[in-house]
Design a protein around this ligand. Sequence first.
Ligand code: BTN
Length: 247
Amino acid sequence: YPLDIHVYDTISSTNTVLKEMAEDGATEGTVLVASEQTLGRGRMGRKFVSPADTGIYFSILLRPDIPASDSLFLTTSAAVAVAKAIEDVSDKKAKIKWVNDVFVDNKKVCGILTEATFNMETGKLNYAIVGIGINVCFPEGGFPEEIDKIATAIFDKESDSINKRSKLLAHVLNYFMDFYNSFESKSYLKEYIDRSILLGKNITVIDKDGNKTAKAISIDDECHLLVRFEDGTEKLLSSGEVSIKLD
Ligand code: BTN
């Protein structure tokens, strides 16, 4: 169905602005795209560095009739859509780091922040905003120091950035809307698992109680990550407030 795409050079945060539009009744399929964000937001209150003209930062408004707990699959399917799109437009292989980071050359190339509100009585979503930030080309002077070690871009050079970014965006939106239109089938789940960089690896699980060494065992149908700690106990993690570091 039709997308209503609004393009900005600079914006505070496509998620923040789209949230206001959603509260004002914007329809499903409204998309905000920007070349630069001054207040880009990441998960867990972190900022998302969004330098001008080299990345794409966009948010999609959805109003699916699904339980709030299924909103995780919006993120999952978006990660698969981004990975497939990257492989369409470049010769890079794209992997996914649970729960929602897309990796190229063992570094993060894309982050996804899904924000949803739900109806307390029905437990269903009112709306969800899927926000996606992709580093498409390396900025001229490199990334800011604070993310240089962990972040990368799909393309080395800044040349032809606008075409590369437009093409990538089109591919991501196509894949994502295809997945969304057959959301219940969870057709993206197998690809999500196949692309996971964590499975079989030693990791550090970081949550409010601190850091623990573990091994990533599997990802289930609910997109939970099964980990085994050093003492042999296992735990099923859901995305919430956990972050994972590859050892
Ligand atoms: C993360 O890696 O923690 C998630 C990053 C999500 C970034 C995107 S860029 C478009 C949208 N607007 C934001 O402010 N954040 C998301």
